[in-house]
Design a protein around this ligand. Structure first.
Ligand SMILES: Nc1nc2c(ncn2[C@@H]2O[C@H](COP(=O)(O)OP(=O)(O)OP(=O)(O)O)[C@@H](O)[C@H]2O)c(=O)[nH]1
Ligand SMILES: [Mg+2]
Length: 220
C-alpha cells in the first residue's frame, strides 16, 4: 500500500491561500463578498439586483462558481458586468485555490467583487476565499428552521438576506423565528429581507453595500 504524507490539514493551507488572495483583492481595491445559499435560493437574482443598483457608480466584478456550465454567467453578462466563471466539476464549494486560479484573469481595479458560490448551505461555509465577509441568502420557501439546522453558515455570515418575501402569503415562514435563529448564531448579523421579484428591500441592500465599500476604501 502506498502511503501519502499529509503535511498540513487542507483547511489550514486553504486559509493561507485565502490570505494570499486577500492581498490581490487589496491591490485591486475591491470589497469582496462571498455569497452562499442553497440551490435556487436566489443568489444570481440577488447579484443581478445589486449590480443594477450599483454599476453606474461602482466598478463590479462577479466571480461565478458552478459545478458545470455557465448559465448564470451568461445571464449576468447581459447586464454588462464583468464575469469570470469557475467550474468546480465535482466540488460542492469554492475554495481559495480555485479563486487563485482565476485571479490572473482579473485586471484593472474593482470597487466590489461578488462571488456566487456553488449552491449549497453547508460546504461553502467551511472554506475561506479571501473575502471581506460571507453573505448568506435564505429564501422563505426553504423554511424558517434553516438557521437552527445549518448553524455554521449563519454563525459566520455577517449579512443574511431573506429572499422571496413576495411569497410570504403562500408559505409557512415565520420571519421572527428565522430572525431569532440567525441572531442566536451571530448576534451582530445584519438581516435584510428582500424580494428579488418586486425589488422590495433592495434600497437597504444598496445602502448597506455603499456604506461597506466606503468604509473599506477609507480603511486601506
Ligand atoms: N417569487 C420569487 N422568485 C424568485 C425570487 N428570487 C429568485 N426567484 C426565482 O427563484 C429561482 C432561482 O433563482 P436564482 O437567482 O437562479 O437562484 P440561485 O440561488 O442563483 O440558483 P443556483 O445558482 O442554481 O443555485 C428563479 O426561478 C428565480 O426567478 C424572489 O424574490 N421571488
Ligand atoms: Mg445562480
Amino acid at each position: 500500500m502506498r502511503k501519502v504524507k499529509v503535511f498540513k490539514p487542507i483547511l489550514v493551507s486553504n486559509k493561507e491561500r485565502a490570505a494570499e488572495n486577500r492581498k490581490v483583492f487589496d491591490r485591486l481595491g475591491a470589497f469582496v463578498v462571498n455569497i452562499i445559499a442553497s440551490p435556487g435560493a436566489g443568489k444570481t437574482s440577488f447579484i443581478s439586483k445589486v449590480v443594477t443598483g450599483l454599476q453606474k457608480r461602482h466598478k463590479i466584478l462577479v466571480i461565478e462558481g458552478d459545478i458545470r456550465g455557465q448559465v448564470d454567467s451568461e445571464r449576468l453578462a447581459l447586464l454588462g458586468v464583468d464575469v469570470v466563471q469557475i467550474n468546480t466539476q465535482t466540488a460542492c464549494h469554492l475554495d481559495a485555490f480555485m479563486i487563485a486560479q482565476v485571479l490572473p484573469q482579473v485586471h484593472g481595479s474593482y470597487d466590489l467583487i461578488l462571488v456566487e458560490n456553488v449552491g449549497n448551505l453547508v460546504c461553502p461555509a467551511e472554506f475561506e476565499i479571501g473575502e471581506d465577509y460571507k453573505l448568506a441568502i435564505l429564501s422563505v420557501t426553504e423554511g424558517d428552521d434553516k438557521p437552527y439546522k445549518y448553524p455554521l453558515l449563519f454563525h459566520l455570515a455577517q449579512v443574511v438576506v431573506i429572499n422571496k418575501t413576495d411569497l410570504l402569503p403562500y408559505v409557512d415562514f415565520n420571519m421572527a423565528k428565522a430572525r431569532t435563529g440567525i441572531l442566536q448564531e451571530n448576534p451582530h448579523a445584519v438581516v435584510l429581507p428582500v424580494s428579488s421579484k418586486n425589488g422590495e428591500g433592495y434600497d437597504a441592500v444598496i445602502e448597506h453595500f455603499s456604506k461597506e465599500m466606503h468604509a473599506a476604501k477609507k480603511a486601506h
